[in-house]
Ligand binder design. Structure first.
Ligand code: GLU
Length: 485
């Protein structure tokens, strides 16, 4: 039997990280088993439609390297793969259920339902549809439909006994049937509900394994009743625990940590994100941590999915990301870093390739670059205390003579010779001639031209990047500051 999995997102305009992980596990399992990964767009809730939302889904999945074998835009034998394009297909199935007594027409209006819901609430009960329209005489139903009264078609759930099924992650699930609600299958506008279309499509598309968020655990008995009513084989179920920020909070869009795009926009690498997401809810059974997509496919095992909620730890992700950045080639790093350099250095004539070399190993996430290099664009305000450094044997008084030593040396280097090597050789020679300790000169020099206790590169590198004119200006400004200290 060929394994067929599907990712069935509703187009909301964003891809939640939990959704990306669901897609990933579906993809990994299908590929591992030599099966098919199918993409289906569940857009029957026309009220919630967002323009361009399907592109967000396509771009995210493709960006992550999860190409679907069947789906909208690539087609396949079970198309169309967008539910709104299949809308005429569901009604005959609903009518089949009406005929067999597994479903019925319901004419209750919103107001009537609300009144009964309020009354139930007042009695302290949870409202579920009371089967009010279940036994309407056939003639009445026909008459009301003919008169054009709005109706929905509801599922007729059993009220006694219990329903059970096996879930690959959660084990045996048992639900008393009297908790099942007679859910709507076809809405008043003729469109199927998500709940109905999902079952019909999973069957018609030959889905063998339904892998989705744990929030569907309790609806699954109703889906199974539908499979049974049609005499169809139920798929295998693999429900996935929620992805959480910590033990009590879900990832939330308000905190800017819920969507795939939040992280990509901040300069996280897709490969790092996918690698880390795979481990939020699954483990390889050994202590391996780094996986390419192919390695994930190779290692993936449904039996190693966790039942406990997965904690999405941004610090851990950042650690992965830094490691992936470190492994980039210099060219790739420069290409990715350039837009972040531009954010603060735009218009400045600076050696980006050299800056990239200095920044490469220090970059954990690209969005942190601007703060780290802003001093190159603009001298920050800084405290004279920075000149004091015990180990470097520097203090404001030492700094005064160090800058006095450096300034003429730097002034003596013509613009055309302003390279790191020349700056280095001249400054080091001057330090040696004066019989001083390197730190006592280089620390104050670096402070004067950067205003920062910690910088990518040392005094020579920074002086080179800043250029002659700006370096001299900053050294003089440092002298002036120390004068008044
Ligand atoms: N459209 C549903 C969602 O986005 C899919 C649920 C399922 O995979 O069955 O949550």
């Amino acid at each position: 039997m060929e394994v067929r999995t599907r990712f069935a997102p509703s187009p909301t305009g964003f891809m939640h990280l939990g959704g990306v992980r669901t897609a990933l596990y579906n993809y990994l399992f299908a590929k591992k088993m030599g099966g098919k990964f199918i993409l289906r767009i569940e857009d029957t809730d026309q009220v919630r439609l967002v323009e361009g939302a399907t592109d967000v889904i396509y771009d995210t999945l493709r960006g992550c390297g999860m190409q679907w074998d069947e789906g909208p835009d690539v087609g396949g034998p079970c198309g169309p793969y967008v539910q709104s394009e299949r809308k005429d297909l569901y009604m005959p199935y609903a009518l089949q259920l009406v005929a067999s007594g597994h479903a019925y027409y319901c004419f209750c209006t919103e107001e009537e339902l609300k009144a009964r819901r309020d009354a139930a609430q007042a009695r302290g009960e949870v409202f579920k549809y009371d089967k009010h329209c279940l036994n309407l005489p056939k003639e009445e139903v026909e008459r009301r439909i003919k008169e054009g009264q709005p109706y929905v078609i509801r599922m007729n759930c059993p009220t006694e006994g219990e329903s059970s099924y096996h879930d690959a992650v959660y084990g045996d699930m048992i639900f008393p049937n009297d908790t099942l609600d007679d859910m709507v299958l076809i809405k008043a506008d003729g469109m199927p509900t998500y709940n109905f279309a999902n079952v019909i499509d999973d069957h018609l598309m030959g889905i063998t394994h339904v892998m989705r968020g744990a929030e569907y655990l309790s609806s699954t008995p109703k889906y199974n009743l539908l499979y049974d009513a049609f005499g169809w084989e139920q798929p295998k179920y693999v429900h996935l625990p929620t992805v959480m920020r910590d033990s009590t909070h879900k990832l939330s869009k308000r905190d800017g940590d819920a969507y795939y795009s939040d992280f990509i926009d901040k300069g996280y690498l897709t490969e790092a994100l996918i690698n880390y997401l795979a481990l939020v809810g699954w483990n390889p059974g050994d202590d391996r941590e780094f996986f390419t997509m192919d390695e994930l496919i190779e290692a993936f095992d449904v039996n190693r999915l966790n039942k406990a909620p997965g904690i999405f730890d941004v610090d851990k992700l950042t650690w992965f990301n830094a490691e992936y950045i470190r492994r980039l080639s210099s060219e790739d790093y420069l290409k990715l870093a350039e837009p972040w350099f531009d954010k603060v250095l735009h218009g400045k004539n600076m050696d980006y390739a050299r800056l990239a070399e200095l920044m490469h190993d220090r970059t954990e996430v690209f969005c942190r670059i601007p703060d780290m290099i802003r001093f190159l664009a603009e001298m920050p305000e800084y405290s004279v205390d920075l000149y004091t450094h015990k180990k470097m044997k520097s203090n404001p008084e030492v700094a005064r003579s160090s800058l006095a030593l450096c300034l003429p040396v730097l002034e003596g280097i013509p613009e055309s010779e302003w390279t790191e090597q020349v700056i280095h050789d001249r400054v080091m020679a001057a330090i040696a001639d004066a019989g001083l300790k390197n730190g006592a000169v280089l620390w104050p020099l670096r402070i004067a031209i950067s205003g920062m206790a910690s910088t990518p590169g040392g005094a020579m590198e920074i002086a080179y990047l800043l250029g002659r004119e700006e370096t001299l200006r900053r050294v003089r400004a440092g002298q002036a500051m120390l004068e008044n200290a």
